[in-house]
Design a protein around this ligand. Structure first.
Ligand code: FES
Length: 113
């Protein structure tokens, strides 16, 4: 008999902008085998909180290199980082200037006009 119980992942996402007190918000996301962390973040934006700031472009081709964040303390491309059931912590890159939530300024200094 198939297991009909629904698994969930809890994304603990760091929120805030420069000058604000950072906080972590927990979002419960339905888990399906093969989901990426970016899939879960996009689900949150669609279903729970459209104000969550994230950056991505190619979604899962690992081509644009814009979706990097700390996932459970490790620098990952969120589009290829596999989601796991349970608590997953997602934070902005620590060595880049924070713009808001998970978005950081990733443009190299010598490429800015
Ligand atoms: S969304 Fe393009 S590399 Fe992750």
């Amino acid at each position: 008999m198939a297991d009909l119980s629904i698994k969930t992942a809890i994304l603990r996402v760091r929120r805030g902008a420069p000058g604000e007190t950072a906080r972590h918000d927990d979002f419960e996301v339905p888990y399906e085998e093969g989901m990426s962390v970016l899939d879960a973040l996009r689900w949150i934006r669609t279903h729970l909180d459209s104000t969550l700031a994230i950056r991505y472009s190619c979604i899962n081709a690992n081509a644009c290199k814009t979706c990097m964040a700390l996932v459970n303390g490790e620098v990952e491309y969120t589009c290829i980082a596999k989601l796991t059931p349970g608590v997953v912590t997602v934070e902005p890159l620590p060595k880049r200037p924070l713009i808001r939530d998970l978005v950081t300024d990733i443009v190299p200094e010598d490429e800015k006009l």
